[in-house]
Design a protein around this ligand. Sequence first.
Ligand code: KG4
Ligand code: ZN
Length: 338
Amino acid sequence: MNILGIESSCDETAAAVYGDDGLKSNIIASQTIHERFGGVVPELASRAHQETIWLTVQQALNEANMDMDDIDVIAVTHGPGLMGALLVGLSFAKGLSISYNKPLIGVNHIDAHVYANFIDETPEFPFLGLIVSGGHTQIIYAEKPFKHKILGQTRDDAAGEAFDKIGKILQLPYPAGPHIDKLSQTGDIHFHKFPQALLEDGFEFSFSGLKTSALYYINDIPEEEQESFLKEHLNDISASVSHAITEVLIKKLGKAIKKTHARTVILAGGVSANSMLRQKAQKMAKKHNVNLYYPKLVYCTDNAAMIAVTGYLKAQRQLFDDIRIKPFASLSDVVKTR
Ligand code: KG4
Ligand code: ZN
């Protein structure tokens, strides 16, 4: 069985093929047009998806040495994400499904980040998942495939969003997460104590206070000294910020392990590429004696390999969708439309 996966929920146009013996191709066309705006511009994202989607799918088929006749199922992200961007991938996938008479599977983008862990490995169920991306921060408990319970999520900003927004304050390019990660590696985590919110309070997160605190911290420095201060201490501030974000994530995850007695933990989403988070997760896994999984770096941020592998796992369970499947912008929308 070969699955063509298509992803277009945000600013990555991506296509991949996953088959019985693993991943056969993985193409990502990242949209650089948003850099100058310091964030993703939805309308520009939709247009860029339209321009590149056919070429991206063709490249994925070429790299897998296949054509559409070799594909058994088309899997496509149908949410959450930017509505216009989702519509491009979903409409394209529907077109392929009708013209080549192939079944269609809608993939939840957040589930796909989780199942990115199944591209190269096979984590055991039940597992606890820490999903940390630019749009979401959740701790889930997955009893069996596609049966996930959300134990807690963010009340405001997502972890990746916190990295990106604080990065903007520090005048770093968008997305700032990877830059802050790199700078942190030579910085002092104790240089400044940023707030770690909601540590005692269930499994929910809040990162907006941290963002405000970073803004005040920089604004309190006299304007004429800001540039030289940032130049000298960007790595220390980055390390202190990374420490604050990852401490909250890891402490909550540790608490969830204690509560659920899970023996397997997975990390997922763009922020799971973060080196400090990975180090702390490894330490925590050792302490609690749990098996820890995280995807290869290239499968952490948005890609279609994760869509194709999720499609594969759904197809094995006959979880196909109707051609009338709708896109959804947020998780609450999917509940409303069900
Ligand atoms: O999963 P993803 O590609 O997109 C969403 O579904 O949101 O995540 C993107 C987020 C961005 O906020 C980016 O700054 C963050 O992941 N990110 C990182 C790192 N790599 C990507 N954050 C911290 N450290 C990293 N190494
Ligand atoms: Zn994502």
